[in-house]
Design a protein around this ligand. Sequence first.
Ligand code: XMP
Length: 512
Amino acid sequence: MRENILVLDFGGQYNQLIARRVRELNCYCEVHPYNMPVEEIKAMAPSGIIFTGGPSNVLDEDSPKCDMELFELGIPVLGICYGAQLMNYMLGGKVASAPTREYGRTEVQVNNNSVLFEGVNETTVCWMSHTVYIAEAAPGFEVTAKTDVCPVAGAQNTGRGLYCVQFHPEVVHTVEGTKILSNFVRKVCKCKCTWKMDSFVETSIKDIREKVGSGRVLCALSGGVDSSVAAVLLSKAVGKQLTCVFVDHGLLRKNEGDEVEAVFGPNGPYELNFIRVNAQERFLGKLAGVTEPETKRKIIGEEFIRVFEEEAKKIGAVDFLVQGTIYPDVIESGLGKSAVIKSHHNVGGLPDYVDFKEIIEPLRLLFKDEVRKAGLELGIPENLVFRQPFPGPGLAIRIVGEITAEKVRIVQDADAIFRQEMALAGFDKYANQYFAALSNMRSVGCMGDERTYDYACILRAVTTTDFMTAEAAELPWSLISRVTSRIVNEVKGINRVMYDCTGKPPATVELE
Ligand code: XMP
């Protein structure tokens, strides 16, 4: 049985981060809902279990609880925040409302003779976020950490292999968090930590070959990181048995369609069958007159599927369909999905009626940064591997209001200038996503002696780790002003440039 850590998700916002941190320690790790049946857990035989934090109050009757049997399996358990409170509460400790809420960086005193805190400074800074706390540890537990507010910021019952911390070791603000998680994984769970990306690539290629045999494989390629890495992995495994269909909806960044073709097409380094469908007019036709953001998204998603199906029909029956699904798409929170702000259907997903027998999702267990690592391991060019995220509906959701060919051209040109200047100024690595968008506002300007009545372009650049929240990037004024003057001078149709200073929330990264 391979080493693995099971993260049981109680709805905490950092659930995926815990799994990533464990994987960074080269230990394989999966996230499952808190109510995963004990029988399944036993079958999985994890080396250790981590309970995440969560938004609920353990004192509420209907708050999520775990099966008592989990504490009896002889598998070490680490409870974090809500998970810590739950463990103590269920085992007979006392949880109560804290006299003061602790939020943010907090000094914690730890007993570094305890295994979890081995090698950690006696006073260390941790990230706290809680309103209830463990007032008394459960019987049999020994307190291993405390703060001015929390009498039990950490506790252990080494005999039963149970450990807990009130703070979040997984976030970077907990200065020695990695050490603490490493102590749990290596010293408590006795993991050797040998999980690596090269072994992932090698094993995947072998598994895919075995699975596919002499079958035919179809892949929808968008040019984005995930589908590109999936396609290369498949092409290395089964070569010409793979056909990639690239639907160019004409809403890509400037020259992007040609760039994708250069890498995956007949003159590129890979041996696969590549079909490019130039469908700009078809998509623009469907989008004519449409202004409502969700309608735009739906039209593009549906049209994409239609085009893809038509191509698939020409190819005939295939045995396997490849999808670039990655782990964050797979993980279902223990507490169910949160509100839908936008329908993030990935163009390239969901063809319902294509004739195939089975889906292959070679990246379904990887996080984004791991997909990139796999991409590098596969020899995919860095500019492709580190390409910034680009939404499936493309420029359609960066053009506020109706989409026309002319507006697409305008936003492509402005965006190309912005990206070029960001790279020249060395800010392309600082901002995690940046692009030009087109507002629906026209305003009066003067160029030479002429009056203009043109569109306003919006520059958007954000810093973020997970794209769930984001901050407007603080770009130097000299850079913004250089981009501004280049755009107004070089892009016909724009006479005004604005910088979007809004974070997420309250805004979103994309404009629609
Ligand atoms: P928002 O605008 O929701 O974007 O703050 C967060 C991140 O998701 C990307 N995004 C999409 N990605 N299909 C995608 O594959 C979509 O429909 C989609 N919409 C937004 C966006 O670029 C940002 O990185």
